[in-house]
Structure formats: C-alpha cells, structure tokens
Write a protein that binds this ligand. Sequence first.
Ligand SMILES: Cc1cc2nc3c(=O)[nH]c(=O)nc-3n(C[C@H](O)[C@H](O)[C@H](O)COP(=O)(O)O)c2cc1C
Length: 178
Amino acid sequence: MKITIFSGTPRVDGYTSEVIKNLVPELEETGNDIEVVRLFDKDIIGCNNCGICQKEGNEGECTIDDDMNEIYGIVKETDLIILASPIYMWQFTACTKAFLERLHCMYDSLTGKRVALVTTMGDDEFVASFAVGAMMDMCEYFHMTYLNTFAVPFADKDEINRPLYREKLKDFVKRITE
Ligand SMILES: Cc1cc2nc3c(=O)[nH]c(=O)nc-3n(C[C@H](O)[C@H](O)[C@H](O)COP(=O)(O)O)c2cc1C
C-alpha cells in the first residue's frame, strides 16, 4: 500500500515535524511505501471556483497551473492519506486548507481512499474539533474512509517524545495500517 503524509506545518524542525519524524520509521516497519510531501514548501493556491472540473467529463482537471499538478498524481497513487497539520486558529494551516480545496476536482478518484489525521496544538485537544470534524465530513462526502486521529495537545518536543505518546503512535500506526 502506498502511504503519503501530506505535511501542512511551516516548520521543518517544529512539533508536527517531530511527530512525523517518529511516525515515518513506525510506518516503514509495516513494509509499506511511504512518502512525505511538505505542502508549505509547495506553490499551492486555493480553489478559484472556475467550475471547469465540475462540468461533465472534466473530473481531475484543474485550470490552475501550480504544484498541485504534481500532487494530483501522488494523491491518485496513494491508498492511505495521512494529513498532518498543527492547529492554527482552531483550524488546519492555510496550506493544508488550500490543498484540501484543490481536491474538489478529484471527486471520483478519491473514492475508497483511507484517511488519517496527525495534529499538534498548543492547548487541549478540543481546539482541533472543528478541523477534525470537517475532515470527517469531507471523507463522507468524497466516499473516503476516515480511520483515526493522532493528536498531541500542549505540544512540545518533550511531550511528543513522552513514552505515552510514543506508545499511542504505535497504536495509531497499527490501527491505520491493519
Ligand atoms: C498562527 C498560530 C495560530 C495558532 N493557533 C492555535 C490554536 O488555535 N489553538 C491551539 O491550541 N494552538 C494554536 N497554536 C499553537 C500551535 O498549534 C502549536 O504550537 C503547534 O504544536 C505548532 O506546531 P508546528 O511546530 O508544527 O507549527 C497556534 C500557533 C500559531 C503559530
């Protein structure tokens, strides 16, 4: 199975990246094919609602010429999408949101994909409820299977590397890959 982590954090050495650093070897142990795509480093703008992709026969066609062109190919090949974003203003980051908006043109090709979330936040986990709820609704709309969320509240590197969260991460990997 092809697993892609779409990372929406701006920080390469921040808290969400620290979780991803721990997550990748756990996923590799499952023998699957793993790729990490850093959305913040890509040139991706939000959907302009031109409507072209919504016309009959235009599935998968986006008129915006940016880095989503390469990412559409990666999404198509991916069986398990892991969306990893910190919570900024009670939501996923702007680059994560732009990525999600641009999946609008992939209605048919998203069907059957599996989705899991990784998120970190400065406060308690309830601040992620809006973003997580939106992702669950998006999965239902696109006929994808929402699997699980790995969240680290009050995040910092010590917290992320605490035995509790290392164990929870192993459990998360087991649940989303079996
Ligand atoms: C612009 C901005 C907005 C934030 N908004 C929230 C928020 O709404 N709730 C929260 O708990 N933490 C918030 N935080 C804190 C981050 O979620 C937290 O520090 C996170 O672990 C950072 O992950 P990163 O190192 O991957 O950026 C915010 C941080 C920034 C920079």
